[in-house]
Design a protein around this ligand. Structure first.
Ligand code: DGY
Length: 331
């Protein structure tokens, strides 16, 4: 991987809030004095605050809250490397004020997350989980019939992509393979050439929700997107339309979505992320037949997670060497 090990680097202390791949730990141990939290996940806050005090580097995960208190406690902290594309769990302003460099892992998880989005879309359109359940619970009676167990085609349907960054674009590419029509809404409209290449049409958020047969969320979670998908917006959806979320749970007002699903305001949902994770089998979503749930697994493939680990390590090493990380979060 990386060849540079200096005596000076060996003196640096780093904290991992959870174990990473063995190859990654090995790489880190060659360079640093490594402390890995092995207890409760997420690492309890008081423990994090006390352990960060003498560390120069931190490797964290999307569920670790790295707020201004943690950053303040880390008086020696020079680099934070998160094993995620999302960095809404880090107080970027507070870290930047202190000159702390933040690394993250975009790009490598784009394909896996776009794939899971399509999987959720297919699962809700074709009622995959219900079908699976019928057979396993010994309820398969009619073999094949004109009205038996109907789902809907993706072909010809309108897909609404909310957030046209890397993952949104990867979803658009996949959806055009299914011959869907694609609308999108983004903070910034794409260049016309790129719109043409992707065969996508820019619309307002309102129009996106009114016209789509399935909406998929790929915007970052920020103050502006907090709870943005609320009942008012959900009510604009077609009653036959589905909502897919593989971005962040808090972009959707969860209570409103539960209400909309119960009242038939929307047809169903495919959800990988939730307001507060993990959710249990008692959560209202877990009891709904028209909701397909995954446990926050957008990037959970063997290949992607290994690539994420490599980048997480490289980001930290580069930042601690005073170099630019492969992917740096900037305000
Ligand atoms: C991320 O990287 O932010 C994802 O949500 C984790 O799967």
């Amino acid at each position: 991987m990386l060849k540079i090990v200096s005596y000076e680097q060996k003196q640096l202390k780093i904290l991992l809030t959870r174990k990473l791949h063995d190859f990654a730990i090995k790489e880190l141990r060659k360079r640093y004095d490594v402390e890995t939290h092995t207890g409760k996940i997420p690492m309890p806050r008081e423990l994090l605050v006390s352990k960060i005090r003498d560390k120069e580097g931190l490797i964290c995960y999307p569920y670790d809250t790295i707020d201004s208190d943690v950053i303040q406690a880390g008086r020696k902290l020079r680099a934070i490397s998160t094993f995620s594309v999302g960095y809404d769990h880090i107080d970027v302003k507070a870290a930047t004020r202190r000159g702390i460099v933040i690394g993250y892992t975009p790009e490598v998880l784009t394909r896996a997350t776009a794939d899971l989005t399509m999987a959720l879309m297919l699962a809700v359109f074709r009622r995959i989980l219900e079908g699976n359940d019928i057979v396993r619970k010994n309820k398969w009676r009619v073999i094949f019939g004109p009205y038996e167990f109907l789902g809907s085609d993706l072909y010809g349907k309108t897909l609404g992509i909310f957030g046209m960054g890397r993952i949104g674009k990867a979803v658009a590419k996949r959806a055009s393979g299914f011959e869907m029509k694609i609308l999108y809404h983004n903070r910034k409209r794409l260049a016309v050439q790129e719109e043409r290449k992707l065969d996508v049409k820019y619309v307002s958020l309102d129009e996106l929700f009114r016209k789509s047969d399935v909406i998929t969320i790929h915007s970052p979670y920020t103050r502006n997107t907090h709870g943005i998908v609320n009942l008012k917006l959900l009510k604009k959806m077609k009653k036959t339309a589905f909502l897919i979320n593989t971005a962040r749970g808090k972009i959707v007002n969860e209570k409103d979505l539960i209400y909309a699903l119960k009242k038939g305001i929307v047809a169903g949902a495919g959800l990988d992320v939730f307001w507060k994770e993990p959710i249990s089998g008692r959560h209202p979503f877990s009891k709904m037949k028209n909701v397909v749930i995954m446990p926050h697994s957008g990037s959970s493939t063997v290949e992607t997670r290994a690539e994420m680990a490599q980048i997480t390590v490289k980001n930290l090493v580069f930042a601690l060497l005073g170099k630019k990380p492969i992917y740096q979060v900037r305000i």
